[in-house]
Design a protein around this ligand. Sequence first.
Ligand code: CTP
Length: 412
Amino acid sequence: MSAPSNPDSNNWREPLDCLCGRRLTLVVTGGVAAYKAAELARMWTRAGAEVRAVLTENAARFITPLTFESLTGQPAFLDAWSRPQFEIEHIALADWAEAAVVAPATANFLAKMAHGLADDLASTFMLAVRGPKLAAPAMNSRMLSAPATQSNLTTLAGHGVTIINPGSGRLACGQSGEGRLADLETIALLTARSLGPQDLAGRCLAVSAGPTREPWDDIRFLSNRSTGRMGRDLALAAWLRGATVQLVAGPGLAPPPTLPDFEFRPVETTAGMLEALSALDFEALIMAAAPADFRPAGRVAGKIKKDSPALTLPLALNPDILLSLPRDRQRLYIGFAADDHDLVNQAQAKLKLKKLDLVAANPTGGPEGAFGADENHLRLVFRDGRRSEITRRPKFAVAWALLDAVKTLFPA
Ligand code: CTP
């Protein structure tokens, strides 16, 4: 899997570029949510994946194979028996697919999968496919909670199928409850993760991202130009590689879709970020955030009027988060250094002062400036004396390469 490169800030679909060139088969079964599968196929196709759809006969009552063929530019498949080459078709399709995703998955299809029933193209394909299998159930909440469905889901999870939990809300039957097809971003990102290298599986990472905001009055604040994108990309890249991730982010980042092993904690101020990080358990902390170093010395209630006599802004120093967090030598602490000159020496000084294992120095200004940019360029300074460089490239690719460096620091 190579690091993706589509620059588009604040968009959790961006890392799907890592699906570029991958071969995915989407199995669509017969529920109302079948129409959403078309958008999923389009999302993957836009990311550069080759997508083939297999529809059950009941799915084809809701949506046609032609819809998928038009969106993906690939053949879509329906009835096994109508094609003379059937004997080899499900096997050929299964050989072609790197991953198979059933979305939406009906109770009936899950039951067939759980028990190895294979009486149409979709079910024979699922039995024969070798790569990762994922299933996103969508159905009425009573059907979902029925002991038979729950037992089938447990069986499938035991067979290694990734079950993508449905969400709650208004269902097609008019009732409200659990059973809505999971967010398409969730399904798409879990598919990408299933094909990721998993070289950080079992690792627990905390990542900070973005600026903080320090309120002056009820509507004004001090902040900086950080977008949070470097931290977001580090968090997602680590998650795609199998890590459990906790992302503590200042204002500006859109909340991520619901993802297993991924926790998002929005904060506002530097003090809030320190409090959130202090409560976390982690093996490695990557401080990619740009917390505000200063705050207005006193917060004014209401709105400061133009004719107010107090138009000077007294500042107070904020806590330094990395300096304030107690050190645990079992853990790794990775900092960034944002400076406009003498990057490597500044990084070395921050490494020593803040007792870090690795500092990634990025420029603040000029044509190489990292703040608000799509790309970044890092100089790495390690506690063990090593130095290296990640040349200028899109931030997701930088995140991927920085994680390669972090990986070398974990004890074997
Ligand atoms: N950092 C922090 N708490 C702060 C400010 C910064 O933990 N209040 C972290 C940043 O997340 C980064 C590292 O410290 O990982 C270095 O931040 P940087 O802004 O480069 O430097 P500062 O330590 O703030 O020092 P200066 O502004 O003097 O360069």
